[in-house]
Design a protein around this ligand. Structure first.
Ligand code: HEM
Length: 523
């Protein structure tokens, strides 16, 4: 199975991505005029369909203030690379720094020309079938193991980054360090594999180490999704051949992990645990078109797909959030102090452990607040599975609020713009200020605020949310319990420039921090 089959949010049809794919393949084909004559009709049909779709969506959005564009520039990895062309590619209206700006300009209505809003799923039954298998993997024992592995990883980090003996030190590449940490944790708590802190680089033709393969894939998602594996492997450019090699190695590792887990369970006689593997009778029924949760279990390739999916969805998101969290804390020593007071009041002289997790409210609130201000998953693309009335709210300059509904036609592309939701000044008081306490109510932390979509909401909410929370709280409580964090300032840098640099995010598969450093000083 190819990566593009598994990444529903990307594969779901951004026009830009499809066009790129098309043009790439075309550029290989256009060798003579005959080929051009052959492909021209398809190109014309495609263009006409594209224009018709645009007009249809404009018709649907009639009456609503919108920012319109011929391409789906919400697709995050593209919009930063495009030039600003008014009406065609209004990139500047979609800045990550002021995501709310586009709604201000368009009259405070959250509607995108190529996606009217609805939270739903394309394949309800299919999704339920997968969720039934994947969800139980996130049980209490995995949470406990996640906590212990983060604590171990923190110990390794202190050794490897030279923080253990000299009363602290500089972490020059914080993002890289957090990616190593989350990979270490993921490998050990989920799959019993050792991912070394420093990953050795493989030679051409050699099988890549798991972590190296994952790293290459994540940094090259766009060509990865667009170009077939066999083309990658034969491509003259070394970087693309390496990408093909990474894809092969990654899948080989995942398959090996899966099979060794199967053998382990079988040898322990825990064949019930393998109920997730679909029976051959159920497999036949599925192949014959029986849909949905009535067919139990997953095909082997689906299980492997899920493992890949969880890996890709889980470690970078958490790693980047932790990087931004430390940047916020470095800029806000007063919050470090508040977190420290919470940590010592919760654990006293005891070492921190998983049983403290549910008392570390402010630590968890700081993670939510980081995600609110730096939404790691920037867009939540969906497709409306039925005709729906979408409720929306309109505000005017006098602060009057009125509620309306808009008809969303079945099949519409629907994109939730989570950064704009999180910074909506009509919902969040002082939205750009780092204030974890906004998530605390009666002394308890809660992310159950409708407007907080950092982990998405409803049926498709992040399945790894609790695991991510455990990882982040464990890390930050150990870090703040031992160290004070300071930003590393560049020569002559003003406070404002420092803040801007530390919190800057690049829109890639997820919102990616830059290469920033921090200084840790032992308490
Ligand atoms: C701070 C860390 C994380 C953030 C901010 C985050 C955010 C999200 C968001 C917003 C979605 C919904 C995407 C959509 O609807 O298009 C999602 C889905 C998902 N996440 Fe996470 N995530 C995080 C950590 C994790 C971890 C640690 C795992 C796994 C161990 C994970 C696994 C998944 C999976 C499998 C889905 C798809 C769920 C489904 O479609 O039912 N995530 N995540």
């Amino acid at each position: 199975m190819e990566l593009s089959d598994r990444l529903h949010t990307i594969e779901g049809g951004p026009i830009t991505a499809r066009l790129q794919a098309l043009s790439l393949r075309l550029s290989l084909l256009i060798t003579n005029q005959q080929t051009i004559v052959l492909i021209l009709p398809f190109l014309i049909i495609y263009t006409v369909k594209w224009v018709m779709r645009y007009l249809e969506v404009r018709r649907q959005a009639k009456g609503l203030p919108t920012i319109s564009s011929f391409i789906e520039f919400f697709e995050s990895s593209y919009r930063q690379k495009l030039p600003h062309i008014p009406f065609v590619v209004p990139v500047r209206d979609y800045t990550i720094d002021r995501p709310w700006q586009k709604y201000e300009k368009s009259g405070y209505v959250a509607i995108n020309i190529f996606g009217l809003q609805i939270v739903s799923t394309r394949n309800g039954d299919e999704h339920r079938r997968h969720k039934k298998i994947v969800k139980p993997c996130f049980n209490e024992s995995i949470m406990q193991s996640g906590w212990d592995k983060v604590r171990d990883a923190f110990g390794v980090m202190k050794l490897e980054e030279g923080l253990a003996t000299s009363g602290g030190g500089d972490v020059r590449d914080l993002k890289g360090c957090m990616i190593k940490l989350t990979l270490y944790v993921f490998g050990r708590s989920g799959f019993n594999i050792d991912i070394p802190w420093n990953i050795p680089e493989s030679q051409a033709g050699e099988e890549m180490h798991f972590a190296e393969a994952l790293h290459v894939l994540e940094n090259n998602m766009i060509p990865e999704l667009l170009i077939q594996l066999w083309i990658l492997l034969w491509f003259p450019a070394r970087s693309l051949r390496r990408l093909g090699q990474a894809q092969q190695s990654f899948l080989a590792h995942i398959k090996a992990m899966y099979r060794s887990k199967r053998l382990e369970l079988e040898s322990r006689g825990e064949s019930d645990e393998l109920a997730s593997q679909m029976s051959s009778e159920a497999e036949d029924r599925l192949e014959q078109g029986e849909k949905g949760s009535r067919v139990a279990g997953l095909l082997e390739r689906e299980i492997i797909g899920n493992i890949c999916g969880v890996f890709l969805a889980g470690h970078e998101t958490t790693g980047h959030t932790l990087t931004f969290l430390q940047a916020f804390l470095a800029l806000h020593p007063e919050w470090q102090e508040k977190l420290y007071q919470e940590i010592i009041s919760v654990c006293g002289d005891e070492p921190l452990s998983y049983r403290h997790m549910n008392q570390l409210n402010l630590c968890l609130a700081a993670c939510y607040e980081t995600i609110r201000l730096r939404e790691i998953v920037m867009t939540l693309p969906k497709i409306a599975t039925k005709d729906t009335l979408l409720p929306y709210t309109r505000w005017d300059d006098q602060g009057n609020v009125s509620h309306h509904q808009h008809f969303v036609k079945k099949g519409s592309h629907v994109i939730i713009d989570s950064p704009a939701l999180s910074l909506n000044p009509f919902i969040w008081e002082d939205p750009n200020t780092f204030n974890p306490e906004r998530f605390i109510d009666n002394g308890r932390v809660s992310s159950a605020i409708d407007e907080f979509a950092g982990f998405s909401l409803g049926q498709r909410q992040c399945i790894g949310k609790r695991f991510a929370e455990v990882e982040m709280v464990c890390y930050v409580s150990h870090l703040i319990g031992e160290f004070k964090i300071y930003p590393i300032r560049e020569r002559g840098e003003s406070d404002e420039d420092l803040r801007e640099r530390l919190l800057r995010g690049r829109e890639e598969l997820t919102l990616t921090p830059g290469r920033i450093g921090i200084r840790l000083e032992m308490r």
